[in-house]
Design a protein around this ligand. Structure first.
Ligand code: SF4
Length: 450
Protein backbone atom coordinates (compact mmCIF):
# COMPACT_ATOMS: atom_id res chain seq x y z
CA UNK A 1 0.00 0.00 0.00
CA UNK A 2 1.18 3.55 -0.77
CA UNK A 3 0.38 6.46 1.47
CA UNK A 4 -0.23 10.01 0.26
CA UNK A 5 -2.00 13.16 1.42
CA UNK A 6 -5.29 14.25 -0.07
CA UNK A 7 -6.94 17.51 0.96
CA UNK A 8 -5.06 17.49 4.26
CA UNK A 9 -5.90 13.85 5.15
CA UNK A 10 -3.45 10.97 5.03
CA UNK A 11 -4.97 8.31 2.79
CA UNK A 12 -3.86 4.81 1.90
CA UNK A 13 -3.92 3.94 -1.76
CA UNK A 14 -3.76 0.42 -3.13
CA UNK A 15 -0.79 0.20 -5.47
CA UNK A 16 -1.49 -1.09 -8.95
CA UNK A 17 1.37 -2.32 -11.07
CA UNK A 18 1.55 -0.15 -14.18
CA UNK A 19 2.08 -2.22 -17.29
CA UNK A 20 2.51 -0.83 -20.81
CA UNK A 21 2.56 -3.03 -23.91
CA UNK A 22 4.67 -1.30 -26.53
CA UNK A 23 3.78 -1.64 -30.22
CA UNK A 24 6.70 -0.42 -32.35
CA UNK A 25 6.35 1.92 -35.32
CA UNK A 26 5.65 -0.75 -37.95
CA UNK A 27 7.78 1.25 -40.37
CA UNK A 28 8.38 -1.85 -42.51
CA UNK A 29 4.65 -1.91 -43.26
CA UNK A 30 3.26 0.31 -45.96
CA UNK A 31 0.17 0.81 -43.83
CA UNK A 32 1.12 0.04 -40.21
CA UNK A 33 -2.47 0.35 -38.99
CA UNK A 34 -3.59 -2.48 -41.27
CA UNK A 35 -1.60 -4.75 -39.00
CA UNK A 36 -3.79 -4.98 -35.92
CA UNK A 37 -1.82 -5.77 -32.73
CA UNK A 38 -3.95 -8.83 -32.01
CA UNK A 39 -1.29 -10.65 -29.97
CA UNK A 40 -0.75 -7.63 -27.75
CA UNK A 41 -4.51 -7.10 -27.27
CA UNK A 42 -5.00 -10.78 -26.51
CA UNK A 43 -2.25 -10.91 -23.88
CA UNK A 44 -3.43 -7.73 -22.17
CA UNK A 45 -6.94 -9.19 -22.06
CA UNK A 46 -5.66 -12.34 -20.36
CA UNK A 47 -3.59 -10.35 -17.86
CA UNK A 48 -6.62 -8.23 -17.02
CA UNK A 49 -8.82 -11.31 -16.61
CA UNK A 50 -6.33 -13.00 -14.28
CA UNK A 51 -4.87 -10.09 -12.33
CA UNK A 52 -7.78 -7.69 -12.39
CA UNK A 53 -7.39 -4.74 -10.05
CA UNK A 54 -3.76 -5.49 -9.20
CA UNK A 55 -2.66 -4.05 -12.54
CA UNK A 56 -3.17 -0.92 -14.57
CA UNK A 57 -2.80 -1.83 -18.22
CA UNK A 58 -2.19 0.27 -21.29
CA UNK A 59 -1.22 -0.13 -24.92
CA UNK A 60 1.56 2.21 -26.01
CA UNK A 61 0.88 2.35 -29.70
CA UNK A 62 3.82 3.82 -31.62
CA UNK A 63 2.58 2.76 -35.07
CA UNK A 64 3.03 5.40 -37.71
CA UNK A 65 5.30 7.52 -35.51
CA UNK A 66 8.84 8.10 -36.75
CA UNK A 67 11.17 6.09 -34.58
CA UNK A 68 13.30 9.08 -33.59
CA UNK A 69 10.19 10.73 -32.08
CA UNK A 70 8.50 7.69 -30.58
CA UNK A 71 10.31 7.75 -27.24
CA UNK A 72 8.46 10.96 -26.34
CA UNK A 73 5.19 9.01 -26.37
CA UNK A 74 6.16 6.46 -23.74
CA UNK A 75 4.97 7.21 -20.20
CA UNK A 76 6.53 5.67 -17.13
CA UNK A 77 5.47 2.13 -16.28
CA UNK A 78 6.66 -0.52 -13.85
CA UNK A 79 6.72 -3.14 -16.59
CA UNK A 80 7.03 -2.83 -20.35
CA UNK A 81 5.92 -5.76 -22.50
CA UNK A 82 6.94 -6.54 -26.09
CA UNK A 83 6.00 -9.07 -28.75
CA UNK A 84 9.05 -9.04 -30.99
CA UNK A 85 9.27 -10.11 -34.61
CA UNK A 86 12.49 -10.06 -36.61
CA UNK A 87 11.39 -6.93 -38.45
CA UNK A 88 10.84 -5.03 -35.20
CA UNK A 89 13.53 -6.40 -32.88
CA UNK A 90 16.17 -3.76 -33.63
CA UNK A 91 13.72 -0.94 -33.03
CA UNK A 92 12.46 -2.58 -29.83
CA UNK A 93 16.01 -3.03 -28.64
CA UNK A 94 16.70 0.70 -29.16
CA UNK A 95 13.49 1.55 -27.25
CA UNK A 96 14.55 -0.65 -24.32
CA UNK A 97 17.95 1.05 -24.18
CA UNK A 98 16.41 4.51 -24.10
CA UNK A 99 13.81 3.54 -21.51
CA UNK A 100 16.46 2.07 -19.24
CA UNK A 101 18.15 5.45 -19.02
CA UNK A 102 14.90 7.35 -18.33
CA UNK A 103 12.98 4.80 -16.20
CA UNK A 104 15.80 2.73 -14.65
CA UNK A 105 13.52 0.70 -12.35
CA UNK A 106 11.18 -0.57 -15.05
CA UNK A 107 11.27 -4.23 -16.09
CA UNK A 108 11.24 -5.27 -19.75
CA UNK A 109 9.58 -8.58 -20.64
CA UNK A 110 9.50 -9.92 -24.20
CA UNK A 111 8.11 -12.87 -26.12
CA UNK A 112 7.27 -13.44 -29.74
CA UNK A 113 8.73 -14.96 -32.87
CA UNK A 114 12.19 -13.45 -32.80
CA UNK A 115 12.71 -14.12 -29.11
CA UNK A 116 11.91 -17.79 -29.62
CA UNK A 117 14.31 -18.13 -32.53
CA UNK A 118 17.17 -16.25 -30.85
CA UNK A 119 16.70 -16.69 -27.08
CA UNK A 120 20.36 -16.13 -26.15
CA UNK A 121 20.70 -12.90 -28.13
CA UNK A 122 17.31 -11.73 -26.79
CA UNK A 123 18.22 -12.49 -23.19
CA UNK A 124 20.92 -9.80 -23.39
CA UNK A 125 18.32 -7.14 -24.33
CA UNK A 126 15.43 -7.79 -21.93
CA UNK A 127 15.15 -8.53 -18.21
CA UNK A 128 12.96 -11.49 -19.00
CA UNK A 129 12.17 -13.55 -22.06
CA UNK A 130 9.11 -15.73 -22.52
CA UNK A 131 9.62 -18.85 -24.65
CA UNK A 132 6.73 -20.80 -26.18
CA UNK A 133 3.07 -19.83 -26.07
CA UNK A 134 2.79 -16.89 -23.70
CA UNK A 135 -0.71 -16.97 -22.22
CA UNK A 136 0.22 -18.51 -18.87
CA UNK A 137 3.82 -17.28 -18.80
CA UNK A 138 2.96 -13.61 -19.00
CA UNK A 139 0.63 -13.89 -16.02
CA UNK A 140 3.26 -15.83 -14.08
CA UNK A 141 5.99 -13.29 -14.89
CA UNK A 142 3.83 -10.32 -13.83
CA UNK A 143 2.86 -12.08 -10.62
CA UNK A 144 6.58 -12.60 -9.97
CA UNK A 145 7.29 -8.89 -10.57
CA UNK A 146 4.77 -8.13 -7.82
CA UNK A 147 6.68 -10.24 -5.31
CA UNK A 148 10.12 -9.19 -6.61
CA UNK A 149 10.90 -12.65 -7.91
CA UNK A 150 11.03 -12.06 -11.64
CA UNK A 151 13.07 -14.75 -13.41
CA UNK A 152 15.16 -14.20 -16.54
CA UNK A 153 13.26 -16.87 -18.49
CA UNK A 154 9.82 -18.47 -18.53
CA UNK A 155 9.23 -21.49 -20.72
CA UNK A 156 6.01 -23.14 -21.94
CA UNK A 157 6.82 -26.54 -23.44
CA UNK A 158 3.32 -27.82 -24.17
CA UNK A 159 0.79 -26.31 -26.60
CA UNK A 160 -2.02 -24.49 -24.80
CA UNK A 161 -5.75 -24.99 -25.29
CA UNK A 162 -6.64 -21.76 -27.07
CA UNK A 163 -10.34 -22.20 -26.30
CA UNK A 164 -9.88 -21.49 -22.60
CA UNK A 165 -8.73 -17.90 -23.24
CA UNK A 166 -10.88 -14.86 -24.00
CA UNK A 167 -10.92 -13.16 -27.39
CA UNK A 168 -8.76 -10.02 -27.55
CA UNK A 169 -10.57 -7.04 -26.09
CA UNK A 170 -10.06 -4.03 -28.37
CA UNK A 171 -10.69 -1.58 -25.54
CA UNK A 172 -6.95 -0.98 -25.14
CA UNK A 173 -6.98 0.93 -28.45
CA UNK A 174 -9.04 3.94 -29.49
CA UNK A 175 -11.96 3.03 -31.74
CA UNK A 176 -10.29 4.78 -34.64
CA UNK A 177 -7.41 2.30 -34.46
CA UNK A 178 -9.76 -0.68 -34.44
CA UNK A 179 -12.18 0.22 -37.22
CA UNK A 180 -11.08 0.73 -40.79
CA UNK A 181 -12.60 0.71 -44.26
CA UNK A 182 -11.13 -0.65 -47.47
CA UNK A 183 -10.56 -4.14 -46.08
CA UNK A 184 -12.75 -5.70 -48.73
CA UNK A 185 -12.82 -4.95 -52.43
CA UNK A 186 -15.46 -3.62 -54.82
CA UNK A 187 -18.91 -2.84 -53.49
CA UNK A 188 -17.84 -3.86 -49.96
CA UNK A 189 -14.94 -1.47 -49.73
CA UNK A 190 -16.78 1.08 -47.56
CA UNK A 191 -17.86 -1.45 -44.94
CA UNK A 192 -16.45 -0.85 -41.47
CA UNK A 193 -13.93 -3.58 -40.82
CA UNK A 194 -11.25 -4.94 -38.55
CA UNK A 195 -8.86 -7.89 -38.32
CA UNK A 196 -9.31 -11.14 -36.42
CA UNK A 197 -7.46 -14.40 -36.01
CA UNK A 198 -9.26 -17.61 -35.10
CA UNK A 199 -6.55 -20.26 -35.38
CA UNK A 200 -2.92 -20.99 -34.76
CA UNK A 201 -0.54 -22.89 -36.99
CA UNK A 202 -0.25 -24.32 -40.47
CA UNK A 203 0.31 -28.00 -41.33
CA UNK A 204 2.72 -27.22 -44.20
CA UNK A 205 6.42 -26.50 -44.24
CA UNK A 206 7.26 -24.16 -47.11
CA UNK A 207 11.00 -23.60 -46.88
CA UNK A 208 10.84 -19.80 -47.20
CA UNK A 209 8.27 -19.48 -44.38
CA UNK A 210 9.10 -19.18 -40.68
CA UNK A 211 5.76 -20.55 -39.56
CA UNK A 212 6.84 -24.00 -38.44
CA UNK A 213 9.05 -22.47 -35.77
CA UNK A 214 6.49 -20.05 -34.51
CA UNK A 215 3.32 -21.89 -33.77
CA UNK A 216 4.42 -24.34 -31.08
CA UNK A 217 2.20 -27.31 -31.73
CA UNK A 218 -0.59 -28.66 -33.87
CA UNK A 219 -2.98 -26.53 -35.90
CA UNK A 220 -5.75 -25.31 -33.61
CA UNK A 221 -8.96 -23.46 -34.51
CA UNK A 222 -11.07 -21.66 -31.93
CA UNK A 223 -14.37 -23.38 -31.15
CA UNK A 224 -17.19 -22.13 -33.42
CA UNK A 225 -19.20 -20.65 -30.53
CA UNK A 226 -16.16 -18.58 -29.49
CA UNK A 227 -15.63 -17.39 -33.06
CA UNK A 228 -19.23 -16.28 -33.18
CA UNK A 229 -18.96 -14.60 -29.78
CA UNK A 230 -15.98 -12.49 -30.90
CA UNK A 231 -17.70 -11.40 -34.12
CA UNK A 232 -20.88 -10.46 -32.24
CA UNK A 233 -18.75 -8.40 -29.82
CA UNK A 234 -17.12 -6.56 -32.73
CA UNK A 235 -20.50 -5.90 -34.33
CA UNK A 236 -22.03 -4.63 -31.10
CA UNK A 237 -19.14 -2.51 -29.79
CA UNK A 238 -17.65 -1.30 -33.08
CA UNK A 239 -20.42 -1.73 -35.65
CA UNK A 240 -18.08 -3.98 -37.60
CA UNK A 241 -19.49 -5.24 -40.91
CA UNK A 242 -16.34 -6.69 -42.49
CA UNK A 243 -13.45 -8.83 -41.29
CA UNK A 244 -9.95 -9.55 -42.52
CA UNK A 245 -9.40 -13.05 -41.16
CA UNK A 246 -5.65 -13.33 -40.68
CA UNK A 247 -5.41 -17.09 -40.22
CA UNK A 248 -2.89 -18.90 -42.42
CA UNK A 249 -5.72 -21.11 -43.68
CA UNK A 250 -9.09 -19.51 -43.06
CA UNK A 251 -10.97 -22.57 -44.30
CA UNK A 252 -9.89 -25.59 -42.21
CA UNK A 253 -8.79 -28.54 -44.37
CA UNK A 254 -10.73 -31.01 -42.28
CA UNK A 255 -14.42 -30.78 -43.16
CA UNK A 256 -15.36 -31.86 -39.65
CA UNK A 257 -13.87 -28.57 -38.40
CA UNK A 258 -14.57 -26.47 -41.48
CA UNK A 259 -18.34 -26.93 -41.56
CA UNK A 260 -19.26 -25.76 -38.03
CA UNK A 261 -16.53 -23.09 -38.19
CA UNK A 262 -17.89 -21.56 -41.40
CA UNK A 263 -21.49 -21.97 -40.30
CA UNK A 264 -20.72 -20.05 -37.09
CA UNK A 265 -19.24 -17.18 -39.12
CA UNK A 266 -22.21 -17.30 -41.50
CA UNK A 267 -24.70 -16.92 -38.64
CA UNK A 268 -23.21 -13.52 -37.84
CA UNK A 269 -23.98 -12.21 -41.38
CA UNK A 270 -20.54 -10.59 -41.54
CA UNK A 271 -18.63 -10.19 -44.81
CA UNK A 272 -15.01 -11.32 -44.76
CA UNK A 273 -11.79 -12.02 -46.55
CA UNK A 274 -9.07 -14.53 -45.70
CA UNK A 275 -6.35 -16.69 -47.16
CA UNK A 276 -6.23 -20.33 -48.20
CA UNK A 277 -3.89 -22.77 -49.86
CA UNK A 278 -4.20 -23.28 -53.59
CA UNK A 279 -4.91 -26.95 -52.97
CA UNK A 280 -6.66 -29.19 -50.49
CA UNK A 281 -9.70 -26.99 -49.86
CA UNK A 282 -12.83 -29.01 -50.72
CA UNK A 283 -15.07 -27.25 -53.26
CA UNK A 284 -18.19 -27.69 -51.09
CA UNK A 285 -16.37 -25.88 -48.27
CA UNK A 286 -15.52 -23.02 -50.67
CA UNK A 287 -19.21 -22.76 -51.54
CA UNK A 288 -20.08 -22.82 -47.85
CA UNK A 289 -17.49 -20.05 -47.24
CA UNK A 290 -19.17 -17.94 -49.91
CA UNK A 291 -22.55 -18.54 -48.27
CA UNK A 292 -20.96 -17.60 -44.92
CA UNK A 293 -19.99 -14.14 -46.22
CA UNK A 294 -16.59 -14.72 -47.83
CA UNK A 295 -16.00 -12.08 -50.51
CA UNK A 296 -12.26 -12.37 -51.21
CA UNK A 297 -9.54 -14.96 -50.75
CA UNK A 298 -5.77 -14.58 -50.98
CA UNK A 299 -3.75 -17.51 -52.24
CA UNK A 300 -0.01 -17.98 -51.90
CA UNK A 301 1.15 -19.28 -55.26
CA UNK A 302 4.64 -17.85 -54.54
CA UNK A 303 6.19 -18.79 -57.89
CA UNK A 304 4.98 -19.50 -61.43
CA UNK A 305 7.94 -21.84 -61.88
CA UNK A 306 7.21 -25.51 -61.02
CA UNK A 307 10.94 -25.99 -60.39
CA UNK A 308 10.97 -23.24 -57.75
CA UNK A 309 7.81 -24.61 -56.13
CA UNK A 310 9.55 -27.95 -55.73
CA UNK A 311 12.70 -26.38 -54.25
CA UNK A 312 10.70 -24.40 -51.68
CA UNK A 313 8.49 -27.43 -50.84
CA UNK A 314 5.29 -25.54 -51.68
CA UNK A 315 3.45 -28.74 -52.64
CA UNK A 316 1.08 -27.18 -55.13
CA UNK A 317 0.43 -27.91 -58.78
CA UNK A 318 0.17 -24.81 -60.97
CA UNK A 319 -2.53 -26.22 -63.27
CA UNK A 320 -4.68 -27.17 -60.31
CA UNK A 321 -4.02 -23.77 -58.71
CA UNK A 322 -5.18 -22.06 -61.92
CA UNK A 323 -8.35 -24.21 -61.94
CA UNK A 324 -8.95 -23.36 -58.29
CA UNK A 325 -8.67 -19.62 -58.97
CA UNK A 326 -11.08 -19.92 -61.88
CA UNK A 327 -13.46 -21.90 -59.66
CA UNK A 328 -13.30 -19.15 -57.02
CA UNK A 329 -14.00 -16.55 -59.72
CA UNK A 330 -17.07 -18.54 -60.81
CA UNK A 331 -18.21 -18.93 -57.21
CA UNK A 332 -18.17 -15.14 -56.88
CA UNK A 333 -15.17 -14.92 -54.57
CA UNK A 334 -12.53 -12.35 -55.55
CA UNK A 335 -8.97 -13.69 -55.68
CA UNK A 336 -5.66 -12.09 -54.82
CA UNK A 337 -2.57 -14.14 -55.58
CA UNK A 338 0.74 -13.74 -53.80
CA UNK A 339 4.01 -14.13 -55.66
CA UNK A 340 7.58 -13.84 -54.40
CA UNK A 341 10.42 -13.02 -56.77
CA UNK A 342 14.01 -14.02 -56.06
CA UNK A 343 13.36 -17.52 -54.68
CA UNK A 344 16.03 -20.20 -55.13
CA UNK A 345 16.24 -21.80 -58.58
CA UNK A 346 14.33 -19.02 -60.32
CA UNK A 347 14.52 -19.31 -64.13
CA UNK A 348 15.67 -16.41 -66.33
CA UNK A 349 12.18 -15.97 -67.81
CA UNK A 350 10.34 -15.76 -64.47
CA UNK A 351 8.60 -12.50 -65.44
CA UNK A 352 7.17 -14.15 -68.56
CA UNK A 353 6.14 -17.30 -66.67
CA UNK A 354 4.46 -15.22 -63.97
CA UNK A 355 2.52 -13.17 -66.52
CA UNK A 356 1.48 -16.35 -68.34
CA UNK A 357 0.06 -17.73 -65.12
CA UNK A 358 -1.73 -14.48 -64.31
CA UNK A 359 -3.21 -14.29 -67.82
CA UNK A 360 -4.56 -17.82 -67.59
CA UNK A 361 -5.77 -17.80 -64.00
CA UNK A 362 -7.16 -14.26 -64.09
CA UNK A 363 -6.93 -13.20 -60.42
CA UNK A 364 -8.43 -9.88 -59.38
CA UNK A 365 -5.19 -8.60 -57.86
CA UNK A 366 -1.58 -9.59 -57.24
CA UNK A 367 0.65 -9.03 -54.23
CA UNK A 368 4.25 -9.23 -55.34
CA UNK A 369 7.07 -9.42 -52.77
CA UNK A 370 10.81 -9.88 -52.92
CA UNK A 371 12.29 -12.91 -51.26
CA UNK A 372 14.05 -12.38 -47.94
CA UNK A 373 15.35 -15.43 -45.99
CA UNK A 374 13.50 -14.86 -42.72
CA UNK A 375 14.81 -16.30 -39.45
CA UNK A 376 12.88 -19.42 -38.53
CA UNK A 377 12.58 -20.57 -42.14
CA UNK A 378 14.38 -23.62 -43.52
CA UNK A 379 16.31 -21.43 -45.98
CA UNK A 380 17.59 -19.16 -43.20
CA UNK A 381 18.51 -22.12 -41.01
CA UNK A 382 20.35 -24.01 -43.74
CA UNK A 383 21.31 -21.38 -46.33
CA UNK A 384 24.13 -23.40 -47.91
CA UNK A 385 21.64 -26.06 -49.05
CA UNK A 386 20.00 -23.34 -51.14
CA UNK A 387 23.30 -21.64 -52.18
CA UNK A 388 22.24 -18.57 -50.18
CA UNK A 389 24.90 -16.29 -48.67
CA UNK A 390 23.48 -14.08 -45.94
CA UNK A 391 25.17 -10.68 -45.79
CA UNK A 392 24.03 -9.35 -42.46
CA UNK A 393 22.31 -9.92 -39.16
CA UNK A 394 21.22 -6.32 -39.07
CA UNK A 395 17.56 -7.23 -38.62
CA UNK A 396 16.34 -3.82 -39.72
CA UNK A 397 17.46 -4.80 -43.21
CA UNK A 398 15.35 -7.97 -43.26
CA UNK A 399 12.27 -6.79 -44.98
CA UNK A 400 10.41 -7.87 -47.99
CA UNK A 401 9.10 -5.02 -50.05
CA UNK A 402 5.57 -5.92 -49.34
CA UNK A 403 3.60 -5.73 -52.52
CA UNK A 404 4.40 -2.20 -53.43
CA UNK A 405 6.61 -0.46 -55.86
CA UNK A 406 7.69 3.03 -55.11
CA UNK A 407 10.30 4.77 -57.26
CA UNK A 408 11.83 6.21 -54.09
CA UNK A 409 12.30 2.85 -52.43
CA UNK A 410 14.75 0.52 -54.07
CA UNK A 411 14.93 -2.96 -52.65
CA UNK A 412 18.21 -4.15 -51.25
CA UNK A 413 18.40 -7.91 -50.61
CA UNK A 414 20.22 -9.14 -47.51
CA UNK A 415 21.72 -12.10 -49.37
CA UNK A 416 23.05 -13.28 -52.70
CA UNK A 417 23.13 -16.64 -54.47
CA UNK A 418 26.29 -18.54 -55.39
CA UNK A 419 27.07 -18.22 -59.08
CA UNK A 420 26.52 -21.93 -59.48
CA UNK A 421 23.84 -23.63 -57.39
CA UNK A 422 22.43 -27.17 -57.25
CA UNK A 423 19.44 -25.73 -59.15
CA UNK A 424 21.42 -24.14 -62.00
CA UNK A 425 22.85 -20.65 -62.41
CA UNK A 426 22.39 -18.43 -59.33
CA UNK A 427 20.56 -15.24 -60.24
CA UNK A 428 22.37 -11.99 -59.43
CA UNK A 429 20.69 -9.48 -57.12
CA UNK A 430 20.58 -6.84 -59.88
CA UNK A 431 18.66 -9.28 -62.07
CA UNK A 432 16.23 -10.17 -59.27
CA UNK A 433 15.51 -6.49 -58.59
CA UNK A 434 15.16 -5.74 -62.29
CA UNK A 435 12.63 -8.58 -62.67
CA UNK A 436 10.77 -7.40 -59.59
CA UNK A 437 10.53 -3.81 -60.78
CA UNK A 438 9.59 -4.81 -64.32
CA UNK A 439 6.78 -7.02 -63.05
CA UNK A 440 5.53 -4.41 -60.58
CA UNK A 441 5.31 -1.83 -63.39
CA UNK A 442 3.36 -4.23 -65.63
CA UNK A 443 1.00 -5.12 -62.77
CA UNK A 444 0.53 -1.45 -61.96
CA UNK A 445 -0.25 -0.62 -65.59
CA UNK A 446 -2.86 -3.36 -65.57
CA UNK A 447 -4.33 -2.14 -62.26
CA UNK A 448 -3.53 -5.45 -60.56
CA UNK A 449 -1.29 -4.40 -57.69
CA UNK A 450 -2.07 -1.83 -55.06
S1 SF4 B 1 3.71 -20.25 -46.64
FE1 SF4 B 1 1.60 -20.56 -45.99
S2 SF4 B 1 1.21 -22.74 -46.43
FE2 SF4 B 1 3.42 -22.48 -46.44
S3 SF4 B 1 4.06 -22.99 -44.34
FE3 SF4 B 1 3.79 -20.75 -44.45
S4 SF4 B 1 1.70 -20.40 -43.75
FE4 SF4 B 1 1.86 -22.58 -44.28
Amino acid sequence: MNQKTFEGYLVTEKYMLKIGFIIPSGKHNYEPFRNQPLTELYLLTIVEERLGDKVQLSMIDLRGIEERHSIYRIPENDVFLYSAATLSIDEISRIVQKLRSVYPNAKHIAGGAHINIFPEESATIFDTIVLGEGEELIVKAINDVMVSKLKPRYIQNKPVDIDIYPYPSRKFLPKTAVVDTGLLDGENTNLKGTAVVFSRGCPFNCYFCANKNLTFGPVRYRAPNLVKEEIEYLKKEYEIEALAIKDDNCIPFNKRFAKPFLEAIGQTKIKWRGQTRANGVPSDMVKLAKKAGCTDLAIGIESASPKVLKIINKQIDLDKAKDYIQFLNKTGIGVRVHFILGLPGEPDDIVKQTLNFINKANPGSVLLSLFCPMPGSEIFEDPKRFSVNLHTKNWDAYRNVFGRFDENEHPSPVFNYDEVTPFGRGMKNEEIIQNYEELQIILRDRGLNF
